[in-house]
Design a binder for this molecule. Structure first.
Ligand code: FAD
Length: 459
């Protein structure tokens, strides 16, 4: 028995849990965080951070060809991937330590252990310890989704976690799934010289993105050497001595043979190992927890946020949900749950994809304007050799932004100008007259805005 009675018990220290804990402390709540693994959750340890560290190294490696054009000789065969992997791990370890430091600084009690049973005001850990508190925040995140018949062994058939632990490059890699995780690893591995084939059941890659953005990213990644097989599923997997075969469900029953396979078909919420039976929390058929306006569950003192909810599985979503829930618990007047049309997301390859809100409707819609500007018309993009992709804005007749989509260099940074405009009701005519630095990639946002009215200048 832990003798402290907390105002708030948080389960899970990912970007949902740790942000919630720090905010709780700032709002005067005595809280603890229970974590079964490392501080920082998936995002810091086996998600956002190590993948972006690898993407950065992949870009540096790619740019070696540029050095050659400047007369500088480099030998790509000297690549030591174990060192690249270690750098990514080091970034994660440092940030995880940083989270532990922040939690300590904010006087949050860190309890190492697995929460196994939740009751109103009570959490029981795997070693039998009971923690009591007025409120509970569930932030247990998600794990790679397995497909029967394609079980991961983290040796030759890998999840994203296994990919990040890999210290030697395979010669060939088959990736099942072309969502953000599949595409980021495809880009990383292809950059380091691995022959990559991506299999996608749906007719296009990055199916959650606007069609034109998916197509722009696919065109660019195909040019870089990644092979895409779309509209076909993986029927079965056969592990051989020297390869893993994936048999496709097409008429020919095509066999893809590779050294390794990455299964990247989504993530499942971590609700299956916690006993919630003594609560009124409702879980949908896919294991996600249902919540109300402030992320409260059916049990009035228990809240849930992050990847265990059916909302977008993104770190910044988990963090904002935590802030809203905790502020509500602390009795602060806050905004209600996140507006899904204002959630930005990004895919980190080169070029990047970044977007929020409404996509271009598949059918003609006289109420909607779609304006775009290609980076081929942008001076900075041309000068720096990054002229692939476009800025695309979906707006209503009054010029209010409904959605925006960018494929291109630094898209993940550029998207915020458009999101701020949407949030604040700034119409496209105002964005079109806002002076942008020259030369900058962001001028393409101004140009796409002009295109919705009198026309872009550099088209
Ligand atoms: P998590 O980060 O999953 O943390 C949950 C924590 O709870 C874990 O530490 C876990 O050990 C702990 N836990 C679980 N059960 C228990 C229990 N019973 N008792 C105690 N502790 C428990 N998102 C982005 O926004 N941008 C990106 O670029 C991005 N890249 C990604 C790349 C990869 C390869 C992956 C896998 C994910 C990526 N994501 C990205 C998604 C992002 O990591 C998640 O959306 C985010 O981590 C969710 O945060 P969370 O707090 O809900 O849960």
């Amino acid at each position: 028995m832990n003798n402290t009675t907390y105002d708030l018990i948080i389960i899970g220290s990912g970007p949902g849990g740790y942000v919630g804990a720090i905010r709780a402390s700032q709002l005067g709540l005595k809280s603890c965080i229970i974590e079964k693994d490392k501080a920082g959750g998936v995002c810091l340890n086996v998600g956002c951070i190590p993948t972006k560290a690898l993407v950065e190294r992949a870009e540096i490696f790619n740019s070696l060809s540029e050095l050659k054009s400047m007369g500088i000789r480099t030998d790509k065969s000297e690549l030591n991937y174990a060192k690249v992997q270690k750098k990514a791990q080091t970034a994660s370890t440092r940030l995880s330590k940083g989270i532990s430091f922040l939690l300590e600084k904010n006087k949050v009690d860190y309890i190492q252990g697995e929460a196994r049973k939740i009751e109103p005001s009570k959490v029981t850990l795997d070693d039998g310890t009971v923690i009591t508190g007025t409120y509970i925040l569930l932030a247990t995140g998600s794990s790679p989704r397995a497909i029967p018949g394609f079980e991961t062994d983290e040796d030759r058939v890998l999840s994203s976690t296994g990919m990040l632990a890999m210290t030697e490059l395979p010669r060939t890699l088959t990736i099942l799934g072309s969502g953000a995780i599949g595409i980021e690893f495809a880009y990383i591995m292809n950059s380091f010289g691995v022959k990559v084939t991506v299999v996608e059941l749906l007719p296009r890659i990055l199916p959650l993105e606007d069609r034109e953005i998916s197509e722009a990213i696919e065109a660019s990644l195909s040019k870089q050497g990644i092979k895409f097989i779309k509209g076909t599923g993986a029927e079965r997997m056969e592990k051989k001595d020297d390869a893993v075969d994936i048999v496709l469900s097409d008429e020919e029953k095509t066999v893809l043979s590779a050294d390794k396979v990455l299964v990247a078909i989504g993530r499942k919420p971590n609700t299956d190992r916690i006993d919630l039976s003594l609560t009124d929390i409702s879980i949908n058929s896919r294991g996600f927890i249902e919540t109300g306006d402030y992320y409260e569950t059916g049990e009035k003192n228990i809240f849930a946020i992050g990847d265990i909810l059916p909302s977008a599985q993104l770190a910044h979503v988990a963090s904002m949900e935590a802030e809203i829930a905790v502020a509500h618990i602390a009795g602060k007047v806050t905004v209600e749950r996140i507006d899904d049309t204002e959630v930005p997301s990004a895919v980190y390859c080169e070029p990047q994809a970044a977007s929020f809100g409404m996509k271009e409707p598949e059918e003609e819609n006289a109420e909607i304007t779609v304006s775009r500007f290609p980076f081929t018309g942008n001076g900075k993009a041309k000068a720096t050799g990054h002229s692939e992709g476009l800025v695309k804005i979906v707006s209503d007749k009054e010029g209010h932004i409904l959605g925006a989509h960018i494929a291109g260099r630094n898209a993940s940074e550029m998207i915020h100008e458009l999101l701020l405009a949407k949030k604040e009701g700034i119409t496209l005519d105002r964005l079109a007259e806002m002076i942008h630095v020259h030369p900058s990639l962001s001028e393409s946002i101004m140009e796409a805005s002009k295109e919705a009215y009198d026309g872009a200048i550099h088209l």
